[in-house]
Write a protein that binds this ligand. Structure first.
Ligand SMILES: [Zn+2]
Length: 469
């Protein structure tokens, strides 16, 4: 293990540099931060998380060069709240930036009084740039705050990386850079180019998915986006082999995404100092393949949706370390601030560098939330290996309890056998909800601007129309 010590101290005074181009100059700068969010990527589909298919050679090698967090919980099962928790260190119910809904009448935006990751880094002297596929990350909800440069376009990965390349060529090498890269890959409808296409799927499979897939691959781009969301919605029947086929397509999409992570890093290495870069790769939520009777990632919070990858490497982090303790993406912001030696902000989850150092307090609860206050709501808390799901639908509350030490796939509901555990964990959910109420009173959410026609089409295209969360 190459341990370079945690707690790198950085101050604004380090930003004053020596002569341009000197190597001392580069090393005296605070580290750059490259944050890559690969939307809808399940942890268990990556080689470094134990998957048997070769979906992720690039991500696997990144895992070996830094810290891999083995059990990472998404704050929510939806792009928008999950990313806002990543940016603020607050639970979804506290920041109140809700799932994308086409028909929602009230769409809260982040409170002006809650600082975001890019704002904090810009305040510390960083250049800040954002490259997203927009969709669930509308700038008007608060995702645009703190960025000097924003590129929000729905486009193919190589195209987006080309824009990053142009930006990096003009970035100031005398200032540290925070770059946020988000892509809607491997989100449905899983249509990677060759040679990834066909890598893990049965060429002889002739079910409904195959037919639909063939139709989509032939559609022009504009029509393709409109059809995208229907991919997982409009299926009359679903056989086991159809689900296998779909799941194989998803793996092919991961393989394509992995290749592009490599491409992005090559571009980065050309223009920035990789040795002095904190690299963070993660996903906002997973994807279901009928494990609990659903496809995609809507209206449930089972393990297939909530376990995501998190890889971190760079100055202050050891190489080849696997952290087994569970963490939440809500803790990424405080962790990054600690790594950079920057003042912490008010967050609901602490930095998990203590886990990297092997000093973490055991049994800290981990929370996830999805839905709307007062309406349908999905909540979960995990303590050690026990996970309680509390689902409120039309006023009815349902509990499910799973023991991950024996049942990581969440197939055996233990709630009726262990009522004391249900009460104990449910009380934690109540406390957390009260904490969110108090935070919202202190930091009242704003209101997101009306969606444009183009944004509405994108949201519909992603499959989030109607009343779905
Ligand atoms: Zn997402």
């Amino acid at each position: 293990m190459n341990w370079r010590g945690i707690g790198l101290l950085v101050s604004a005074s380090l930003f004053s540099c020596g002569p341009a181009g000197s190597s001392d100059e580069a090393s005296s700068l605070p580290p750059d931060v490259l944050l890559i969010s690969l939307d809808t990527l399940r942890a268990d589909r990556l080689g470094c998380y134990g998957y048997e298919r070769a979906t992720s050679p690039k991500l696997d090698s990144l895992a070996a060069k830094g810290v891999r967090f083995h059990e990472v919980h998404a704050p929510s099962g939806n792009t928008k709240p999950s990313h806002m928790s990543l940016f603020t260190g607050l639970d979804p119910l506290a920041h109140d930036v809700r799932p994308v809904r086409l028909v929602a009448t009230v769409r809260p935006a982040l409170s002006e009084d809650v600082p975001t990751m890019p704002e904090l880094l810009r305040g510390a002297g960083y250049q800040t740039a954002s490259f997203t596929d927009r969709g669930g990350l509308p700038p008007s909800a608060g995702f645009g705050r703190g960025f000097d440069f924003q590129h929000a376009e729905w486009e193919e990965l190589p195209q987006k990386i080309a824009v990053v390349k142009d930006y990096l060529a003009t970035s100031n090498r005398k200032l540290p850079l925070f770059l946020f890269f988000h892509t809607y890959e491997p989100h449905a409808p899983y249509l990677p180019p060759r040679p990834h296409r066909g890598k893990f799927t049965d060429p002889d499979h002739q079910g409904g998915f195959r037919k639909r897939y063939a139709e989509l691959t032939g559609t022009p781009m504009a029509e393709f986006w409109r059809e995208k969301g229907k991919f997982l919605r409009e299926w009359p029947e679903m056989s086991e082999t159809d689900v296998e086929f779909l799941s194989g397509l998803y793996d092919e999409e991961i393989s394509w995404t992995d290749q592009n992570v490599g491409r992005l890093l090559r571009v980065w290495n050309k223009h920035r100092d990789r040795e002095n870069t904190i690299l963070i790769v993660l996903s906002d939520h997973g994807e279901a393949f009928n494990e609990h009777g659903r496809l995609g990632h809507q209206r449930s919070m089972y393990a297939e949706l909530m376990r995501v990858p998190l890889l971190m490497s760079g100055p202050g982090l050891p190489e080849g370390l696997v952290v087994e303790e569970a963490v939440s993406l809500t803790g990424v912001l405080p962790t990054l601030l600690e790594l950079l030696g920057l003042a912490s902000t008010e967050t609901q989850v602490g930095s998990f560098l203590s886990s990297v150092r092997g000093e973490r307090e055991a049994g800290l609860p981990i929370y996830s939330q999805m839905g709307n206050r007062g309406e349908d709501l999905f909540e979960s808390v995990t303590v050690d290996n026990l996970r309680l799901l509390r689902t409120t639908l039309k006023g009815e509350i349902r509990y499910e309890l799973f023991d991950w030490s024996e049942d990581g796939e969440e197939l055996q509901d233990l709630s009726s056998l262990r009522p004391e555990d249900v009460s104990r964990l449910s009380a934690l959910l109540d406390e957390r909800k009260s904490a969110a109420d108090q935070l919202r009173e202190r930091f009242p959410p704003g209101r997101e601007a009306a969606q444009t026609e183009a944004e509405l089409r994108e949201i519909e295209g992603l499959g989030y129309g109607g009343n779905d969360d």
